[in-house]
Design a protein around this ligand. Sequence first.
Ligand code: SF4
Length: 347
Amino acid sequence: MNDTATNLVSSDLFRKHKLRLINDRSVPADQVKILKSSIKKLLIKNNATLIAHYYVDPNIQSLAEELNGCVSDSLEMAKFGQTTDAEVLVIAGVKFMGETAKILNPEKKVIMPTLEATCSLDLGCPAKEFKAFCDQYPDREIVVYANTSAEVKAMADWVVTSSIALEVVEHLDQEGKKIVWGPDKHLGAYIKKETGADMILWDAACIVHDEFKYEGMLKMKSLHPDAKILVHPESPENVVSLADMVGSTSQIINAAAEEGINKFIVATDKGIFYQLAKKYPNKEFYEAPTAGEGATCKSCSQCPWMGMNSLKNLEMVLINMNNEIIVDKEVAKLAQRSLFRMTNFKK
Ligand code: SF4
């Protein structure tokens, strides 16, 4: 796909799915309390644990924290399933996270509040087309971002998340390996620039991070000159160029701990602000601007698919014990190899 095609796909996806956003922030506080209490009982009854991503609704994040589940980025979510005794993993996130949990824990039942929550990177990298792309470069290692289908992971040599992508590519580069990278073009370009590795990039983008704007960021920085800019590397290159720190969600949260710095402009999904406000109640955080010339969405900064996870559908899935993630056994076996490389990778 060229850039124009990608942008068209992105704006179509955004429009279509934004309309279907379900958000617990509109649920009255007394109902939230009732729902949380019901979910707690159901989790215990089903010997289930809740694993949530930083981008889902704060009510779900706080529930996972209260119940000693897990709230984290996709790397830690993947690892957590392997450490718990629970028989059922309830993944509040998007589909590739559920698939990853199932592949790494084939003996456990993996369910999700909704099976419709996907990701523009997963959608933008169909397995058949990606295979044809990789087949053109048989001498290269295939490194894919975790935001891909089980089928794409099955054809990869390595799976990485944004927290370890740089280190893995650096390691491969030092071994003299050349790389085919997919699917996020911005993250790929960032890693290529940072490591100098020989990388051929697939062309897809995250519809949330792709919306952050260079001009808007400059204006915001002029309003808050003492603020540090923290940027997720799925953002466009010119936005990344303004960053004081580029990193995954966990790395952004850790970076905000810096002593003496009390203001931050943050370019990633707004779900992260729950954790930032909780961990650093005396610091100020500003959402990086998305509204700019040519923007397809005005100031959303919220993944429409992550937003499909709600307390209501979380309760329903635990009542019905449906929405199970099933991965073809052969595909899972192949994908396990590249995923285990990721979870076992040591810097
Ligand atoms: S925020 Fe972007 S990368 Fe993350 S799930 Fe949503 S579309 Fe995918």
